[in-house]
Design a protein around this ligand. Sequence first.
Ligand SMILES: Cc1cc2nc3c(=O)[nH]c(=O)nc-3n(C[C@H](O)[C@H](O)[C@H](O)COP(=O)(O)OP(=O)(O)OC[C@H]3O[C@@H](n4cnc5c(N)ncnc54)[C@H](O)[C@@H]3O)c2cc1C
Length: 430
Amino acid sequence: MTIEFKTPDEIEKQLRQVQVVAENVMRPESRVLDDSEHSRPLNFVHMMWPQMQEMERANLEASLRRARNGGNGESPKSEGPKSDEPKKPRTGNLALVHMIEMLSWGDAGVYLCIPGGGLGGAAIQAVGTPEQKERFLRRFTEGDPKWGAMAMTEPQAGSDTSNIQTTALFDDATNEWVLNGQKIFCTSGKLAYAESDGLIVVWATVDKHAGRAGMKPFVVEAGTPGLKIVKVEEKLGIRASDTVSFVLDNCRIPADNLLGESREKKDGETKGFKGAMRTFDATRPIVAASAIGIGRAAFEFARDTLAKQGVRMDYESPRWKLTTAQADLLDMEIQLRQAWLLTLKATSLLDSGGDNKLPASMCKVKAGKAVTVITQKAVELLGPLGYSTQTLAEKWMRDAKINDIYEGTGQINTLIVAREILGYTRKELK
Ligand SMILES: Cc1cc2nc3c(=O)[nH]c(=O)nc-3n(C[C@H](O)[C@H](O)[C@H](O)COP(=O)(O)OP(=O)(O)OC[C@H]3O[C@@H](n4cnc5c(N)ncnc54)[C@H](O)[C@@H]3O)c2cc1C
């Protein structure tokens, strides 16, 4: 087996374009968007929308083609080339993590405002039927910018998702699902529901006593009556990103908005929680890439600022000859490279259709911790300049921590890694 470490030329070319946006559109607005939480990075949104539409279109078409060609059409992992097609490795996810690393180097909060299906779209791709993909995802390929979001977390159900209390009851008379409950910390929830013709994938239980087996994903489209945004969060970091709480009060949605199932199968076997996990296998490397982008921004800034004071990176001398600052800078770079290699492994497996659950959690744990340490170290090495709002170092330190929290905290992903390596079940190791 050969391992190819060279970034494919196509991705490299795309990356240079993204770098231009990161440098010239994101960085200049970083401070002002951080200061004025809840204002929108409109320049960025409109600049990225054509590219995102293109990407959404390619993903949708590929997914529908797989379904037509006899794949089950339910998972990006199920794709295999037709026997008469030349075997070209899939690199869609690889391109995505490269782009997200660069955008987060530009500004992680602004990057999170990127239009497109987002987490909601990932859930639909993971468990939706071909008909649902067409119906829900086509909107992200046309018209004005739109957002997708996913709402799983509730006040009593964060890490412990089996404790979700939002209910979904089927009303036979109207052929609708009726959702009731409360969701908190939903990224891009307002953009998806109130500011565009987007959608939110809401996780609810059809049987509170069934734990994870009762959990199912439902699509609530923008403007559906019965969903009310009750809070827009003010946060430590990623302040340009929209994070909301909402209540569902007899929110009625069509029977066919239950993801992965046809009307006739509404009481049958569901993909439920396994669907959520499949979404995370695809999105955890994305969070890791975002963490690495922030970490690289802080590392490069600290390295270049210290270089002006005569502290240079030294890759040659033995460690005992380095100054503490030089050794710290080397450690920062090592952490970044370790996290990036794990992220590339998780992503390549995803692209090739392999099981990437272990590396997906591994890269998320590693990158979430690395970015926290690296950004704090940058502030430390820069002294008063690092703590001052004159530079972005203190902002990167605030933006970093979220990567160790959402999509499963560092502790929860460490548990997943331990279970996978040691062969324990969820019940045996919790
Ligand atoms: C800015 C932001 C955006 C978010 N966006 C979304 C979103 O779009 N959609 C969504 O559904 N959710 C979202 N979340 C929610 C996020 O996924 C949860 O905050 C996260 O899963 C942790 O849940 P919790 O906050 O309830 O913490 P808790 O589960 O209450 O955990 C508290 C602490 O205990 C630790 N802990 C818990 N259980 C264990 C255990 N078994 N072993 C060891 N340690 C444990 C945790 O690691 C954590 O440190 C977002 C959160 C934030 C802050």
